[in-house]
Write a protein that binds this ligand. Structure first.
Ligand SMILES: *Cc1c(COP(=O)(O)O)cnc(C)c1O
Length: 381
């Protein structure tokens, strides 16, 4: 139709010219690269990217362009993806539970860094992975508040078990390390404080000096109105507490952000299919599509509404119930969204800070979810 541009100016231009009837994720490479440089400059250690948060090749390519050289991968598919796009990059296989065929695949691909949180999975690694020059990080957990939901519910050994596993890792001739994930969208930096100090006590209890400490993902992106989370404050706390907790035995640090790196590099444009009887809003995307995370992590309230000619709606905010397009009744955003009173059918609702766990978990349930990714200079206006 001759309507596509390689790089758009901003969401308003996309809306005015394309009037997209399907959901559109708008990607700003400049924003992603700037965030990556903040991590590379500010984090006191190695920065790896958690591929699952957004595995799109355009994201990986831009992270490489910014200088990211390490990746947290969780499956043979992700291993092969990164090997193809970045043959020399470090791969950290930090899914602590793997099938034997998956382990064999990763060994053949040259993976040198693994994590583990149980005796049974460590048995598998000891049996199948040659120890020489290979690092195994024991993943532990704490009952800590601060994140959007509890990551310790699925993975992580107790501190006591972690000390036993660490001892076995060292005895088996692997390079011993520790790792944790404080929980995604972790807006309370004190979670890192507690985890890092516990890591030091696990190391002491095991009598094993750890080569590296991976402080996880969990770095927040800007999801709610007001001040954006300040990554540098978290970096400074991690740096200070690592020295306080470990002293002279301070291990090298690693982080593996997903959301904190990619979240703010995308805006998600949805369209109002109906304002049913002037009350309920039906969007063309919902919890089975790009908005899958809203019920888990909480609704994003950084929202801009545009008329089809690309003008911002500025009416007074009205709290509305918002539904997705499928016929499933759970397809609803949690609570209410404050949307401008002058909003109308056919308008566009743009959610900011939507780069993580959006495209990655989109489904075609009920025939919806024809998500398109486009590139723009700016994510607002
Ligand atoms: C998902 C995941 C991450 C990334 O988490 P974010 O909260 O998106 O930063 C990092 N490490 C591991 C092991 C993960 O599973």
């Amino acid at each position: 139709m001759g309507l596509s541009k390689t790089i758009w100016t901003n969401p308003s231009e996309i809306i005015r010219i394309k009037k997209p009837d399907h959901p559109v994720l708008v990607f700003a490479p400049t924003v992603l690269q700037a965030t990556a440089r903040r991590f590379l400059r500010g984090f006191p250690g190695l920065v790896t990217y958690a591929v699952k948060s957004n595995p799109d090749e355009i994201v990986i390519e831009n992270l490489l362009a910014a200088g990211v050289r390490g990746f947290d991968v969780a499956s043979p598919y992700e291993i092969d993806l990164i090997r193809r796009l970045a043959p020399g990059a470090a791969l950290h296989y930090h899914n602590p539970v793997r099938g034997r065929d998956e382990i064999a695949h990763a060994v053949a691909a040259g993976v040198k860094v693994w994590s583990v949180d149980s005796a049974s999975e460590l048995d598998k690694l000891i049996a199948m992975v040659p120890a020489d020059g290979v690092e195994i990080a024991v993943r532990f957990k704490l009952p800590v508040a601060g994140a959007a939901y509890n990551f310790g519910a699925k993975f992580g050994a107790t501190a006591e078990l972690a000390a036993q596993l660490l001892r076995r890792v060292a005895d088996a001739g692997f390079i011993p390390s520790l790792t944790f994930h404080p929980g995604t969208q972790c807006t309370d930096p004190m979670a890192w404080d507690a985890y890092i100090r516990t890591a030091a006590s696990i190391s002491a209890a095991a009598g094993v000096a750890v080569a590296r400490l991976n402080v996880g993902g969990g770095f927040p992106n800007h999801r709610t109105k007001g001040r954006a989370p300040v990554l540098e404050d978290i970096f400074a706390l991690i740096d200070r507490v690592a020295t306080e907790a470990f002293g002279d035995a301070r291990p090298a640090l690693v982080c593996e952000p997903g959301r904190g790196l990619v979240g703010d590099a995308f805006t998600h444009i949805t369209r109002v299919k109906s304002l049913r009887d002037g009350e309920h809003v039906f969007l063309n995307d919902g919890i089975y599509g790009g908005l899958a995370e809203m019920p888990l992590v909480g609704t994003i309230d950084r929202i801009e509404v545009y008329s089809p000619d690309g003008q911002r709606r500025t009416g007074a905010p009205v709290d509305r119930v918002v539904f997705g397009p499928t016929c499933d009744s759970v397809d609803r955003l949690p609570g209410h969204l404050a949307l401008p009173a002058d909003m109308a059918e056919g308008d566009f609702v743009a959610f900011l800070g939507m780069g993580a766990y959006s495209a990655a978990t989109n489904t075609r349930f009920n025939g919806f979810g024809a998500l398109e990714i486009v590139t723009a200079l700016a994510l607002q206006g």
